[in-house]
Design a protein. Sequence first.
Lengths: 492, 656
Amino acid sequence: MNILSLFVAIPALMIALLFLCKEMKQIRAVMVTGASALMFLATTLVVLFLQERAAGNAAEMLFVSSTIWYAPLHITYAVGVDGISVLMLCLSAIIVFTGVFSSWNMNMAKEYFLWYCLLSIGVFGFFISIDLFTMFLFYEVALIPMYLLIGLWGTGRKEYSAMKLTLMLMGGSAFLLIGIVGIYYTSGHSTMNLLEIANTLHIPIEHQRWIFPATFLGFGVLGALFPFHTWSPDGHASAPTAVSMLHAGVLMKLGGYGCFRVAIYLMPEAAHELGWIFLILTGISVFYGAFSAVVQTDLKYINAYSSVSHCGLVLFAILMMNQTAMTGAIMQMLSHGLMTALFFALIGLIYGRTHTRDIREMGGLMKIMPFASVCYVIAGLASLGLPGLSGFVAEMTIFVGSFQHADLFHRVFTILACSSIVITAVYILRTIGKILYGPVQDAHHLHLTDAAWYEKVSAVGLIIAIVAIGMYPFGISDVIRESLLPVIEKLI
Amino acid sequence: MEYSLLIIVAPFVLFLVLGLLGMKMKPSVAGIIGTLGMALCAVLAYTVAFQYFFQTGRVGETWAAVVPFNFEWLRFTDNLHIDLGILLDPISVMMLVVITTVSLMVHIYSLSYMKGETGFQRYYALLSLFSFSMLGLVIATNIFQMYIFWELVGVSSYSLIGFYYTKPSAVSASKKAFIVTRFADLGFLVGILILSYYTKTFDFGLLTADHAQLVTTSFAGGTFLGLSIATWALALIFMGGAGKSAMFPLHIWLPDAMEGPTPVSALIHAATMVVAGVFLVARLFPVYFFAAPEVLEMIAYIGAFTALFAALIAITQTDIKRVLAFSTISQIAYMMVALGVSEYGGHDGLGYMASMFHLFTHAFFKALLFLGAGSVIHAVHSNEMDQMGNLRKYMPITHITFAIACLAIAGIPPFSGFFSKDEILAAAFHHHPVIFWTLWIVAGLTAFYMFRLFYRIFWNTAPKSPKGDLATAQSADFKSPLHGAEHHTPHESPLAMTLPLIVLAIFSVFSGLIPFADFISSDFAPFHTHIDWLVAGLSIGVALVGIGIATVLYAKSSDKPAELARQMGGLYKAALHKFYLDEVWMWFTQTVIFRYICEPIKWFDRHIIDGSMNGLAWITQKTSSSIKGLQSGQVQFYAWVFIFGSLLIAALVLFL
């Protein structure tokens, strides 16, 4: 069996084992073992990948294998990874792993984790696929469990949010399906394989003009592109902790990854021609998200809007279409994935104790739960781009890269996007100042306990990853740059 | 000189050790580890300085720039990459000495001053982080490395200013400091982007080489709003410097930053963070001079205005730390002016040398003033002048050292401030009379407000009922109850606090005698200076007048100051309220940003964007519920529709 298929097989096996479980202990054992296995697998993959590359294997994708699934439409189960997918798989593995620890005490744990594993299958499957249809299939697999996870285990207006999220994302995937079918037929209906389409076939420009917007929009909805971002605040606010983590941390990355892997890679001409429309939308996302976050009072809403802003920056950088900016975009995906997951893990922790997410009702938590608070400060600093943490390297790569664009309009636009760093500082410090510092607001909070060991595992794991990227960006950036070359060559 | 790497690795390791394991240690152990670590840094810095200035640094007639260590940290494009490295040249070596000395004094001082505070270990961890960031900033080999450490300085100062995090005023002060400097940093970042776009490098060496030829030639004559792109880029970079160095109108964060513990104020406001902006301009000085002389001119005028503006406010303040804060703004502005009026090469570069000289001497006497103020606050538990008076009997060492610092800052020979200030005035004198006379007035004002402060603390008369007043005096810093509640007569601080005062006092007296022009000059070639006795006479004269007026008004308690304030009326009130700039900024952030930008966006998002999505769902729902009746399952209805439909089609076919 191909090593990549294990990423799908392990969660599937976990589902099977979960059916046999009876007690909470067994469920936890299965989940922890499975998630650790995924982490181990991701690490192994990194090592193998680097070994192959070091041995001089310069193929665009490694570990490629393909099995015919439905011959008449040339649908195959085709997998393969380049450096970027490897990093995305690592990100997913980390977040699935930490998510398990963040949902340690779930009610109806068995059912919850069943859906959780199914969601993981979708996420991992998406990143390993190089067949358009398989990719779409896994994409849908990742969306559906979300509805149940939010609708059943959520809080607040959960049915409304779950419905809204699912409908909007489904709407997006309708566009996506049209786009994929369009790609298949206009490229000569001979294959669904992404690499083959990119390297041997060509989509005529008149068709690219409608397929590119359809696919970009389809993935863009998941990447919280303005004005299709409103599912995100409501969805995140209602979702249980680990689901928010997985959703903001990984699922939103599916959008950015898809935009670049499918929309830009396969249709570079249209990307050059029509990219500016989406560039304006992403520019609005960056600002709009940041300004909205400034006046929110619910912790999860603040974070959701901050995600809109940060993910807007991902799409913004992808649309700059040069190597540095796109490297920055991928790094921003990793960085944003990790720090939002950390944020949501901590918000879940705080909410589980204070039973409120309203920042006006909290204060002085630093005294009461120092561990969680320090972690929250670190997450905040990562988010506002402190050097040494992941946010800085990602944002700076984006800004420097975007500013190398030959066109003046793009450069001016980059300067505007830069100013988001100030607004980010405003809402992050406002939140930290309100909830962590100052006097204790509510006497009931005085007796709250600090993070339990499983919550610490989750937070520390994410912080290690954030610091690793922040301190060691050159290794990661090199892997991404090298993997981007095929895309860049097509764009020039 | 590879071992210079240790100077910045050591504080970082200390930060990690104290930050991660500090809570497991006894506070005193953590403090001693931190102090010893900093002492090691100081020893290394002095060794580097000795080796550089007296053994290896001089190549022929000029000072060389040595890069003992450099590695590529993050590659953006083939030309642009962030390197992390160490650049040793006269100004960075000088800064290493200044920073480690002051930082070490603050470390020692804090052992006693912060004793018994909760979070003592955290305090030392943050001090190490702060020293690390500042050291990294001055040895940066390229502008992006500087930006990295620049941001780290911002964050570490944020945590130190907000050290008493349960106190709302400290929290908002730290937030303000961070956001204001962040706003300025945005200019810095954009400036870097523009500069690097044209020059294709971040490296200081390449940027400044050969009279900044790279910069002057690579900007292809583009203009924007009548100014060349190069001017814009350098003006934006200066904006970053203006934020950290508290130039008008970005100075508003600095007075509030006094919410931090007093030793922190000494560290941040004397030797480190606030001089970062001056250092930045000095580092890029050839670029400014050759590529954008307009910006230098602007810096000179902004500096002169800030110096005067801050000095006027300093006269009216009654919180001793705030007086010192405004005095810092004013003195930093002095350094900026010196850079602004300077020219390049030899004796023409007097301003550049003077600026660095003043930075050097100011670091010591300002640190001394803050630590002295801390010693006073420690004794009387208040920041307010009204709670003090006649302390010279109780605190002789603090009194003497404070007097030395006041004489130094006032520019009385032979104290250090005289020499550096004189060079600045001489440089300004040759540049433009308006700037010179402004600085001259500021020199007088400085002498006046410093001695006002001095007399009101140590002379004058003690508050009327010392017992009651001192006991109920608001605790200046957020002290544990142990310190604030019980009353006792003011007494001299312990040795750990007076020792740094004495050391700094020695520096304040003698550091002016160093022949600075031999070491530091705009073109790295030593030159000769002489004291311009006309300028010196004018400045000593105005300083003596300032001291004289202060003596008359404040040496003994009297009604004269109040009377004078009444006569000044509006001006006094405006200065007391810091010319209402805080209110203007408050209005801008609260009203403009929050009410007119953020709230409408929030509304728009909820009602228009989300509303249209919900509307779409609503329309779908309504449409389907209104046509669901068609699928009723009644065969009669289906039959009726079928027959009627057929007839209709038949009719259409027949008649059309």
